[in-house]
Design a protein. Structure first.
Length: 228
């Protein structure tokens, strides 16, 4: 009898283990479904391009780091740099409309003026890529525009994209890559879904200089890079 005791104890242990496993599953069903919820996403977005000096540097870094991004372009810039617009598209990034003229007094004169400006920019995009985009970013963001402008844009099938983190590369004085890196990290307001604003223009070389370190930071933190 005594010899059988260790065997019985082992069977009891195994049974207890399976009971605990099943109990745990039913009392914490979410434990097996949280992976998708826990994924942290970051969307890099670049406004105002394409630009001769900065777009190629940004694209090279994105390629090296193997991350996608979204470019909200300005029609007047894109018309002069169709090759760069094509390169953005060919390298797998998303394109969105930012504005044709980017002149606030003109585009915000009325909802129909805004729509004309958007469609003119989208024509440039389509003439290079063969397709229209539904992505739109208000110059200055949607935060400060009148509701009728937002309604008009949405009614015409556009998805309005704002941001919740920023390189602050339009605001910071005596700009350095280090300051932009710090701003990009410190302005994150929704750590689960970051939409990061940066600018792509001739005078934004420090933005391009900060980009690699920003990407590496968020990679280290476990973020998945996505395009819109
Ligand atoms: Zn802009």
């Amino acid at each position: 009898m005594n010899r059988k005791l260790p065997a019985l104890a082992a069977v009891a242990l195994v049974l207890a283990f399976f009971v605990a496993l099943v109990e745990n599953y039913f009392s914490h069903p979410s434990a097996v479904t949280t992976f998708a919820e826990e994924q942290k996403n970051i969307y890099l977005t670049f406004d105002d391009g394409p630009s001769d000096r900065v777009t190629p540097v940004i694209l090279d870094i994105l390629k090296q780091e193997k991350v996608p991004a979204t470019f909200f372009v300005v029609g007047t810039q894109a018309e002069k740099r169709r090759d760069l617009l094509k390169r953005i598209f060919d390298e797998g990034h998303s394109l969105g409309v930012h504005s044709y003229s980017h002149i606030y007094n003109d585009i915000y004169a009325s909802p129909s003026a805004l729509l004309n400006d958007i469609e003119k920019c989208n024509e440039v995009i389509c003439s290079v890529t063969g397709s229209y985009t539904h992505l739109y970013r208000f110059p200055g963001g949607s935060f400060s525009v009148k509701p009728e402008f937002i309604e008009t844009v949405k009614k015409n099938g556009y998805t309005v994209v704002d941001w919740n983190a920023s390189f602050m590369d339009s605001e910071i004085k005596d700009v350095t890559a280090g300051k932009l890196y710090t701003a990009a990290l410190n302005t994150v307001s929704n750590p689960k879904r970051i939409v990061m604003l940066a600018h792509d223009a001739t005078d934004k070389t420090e933005t391009a200089n900060a980009l690699k370190e920003v990407i590496r930071h968020f990679k280290k933190k476990g973020y998945v890079f996505k395009k819109l």
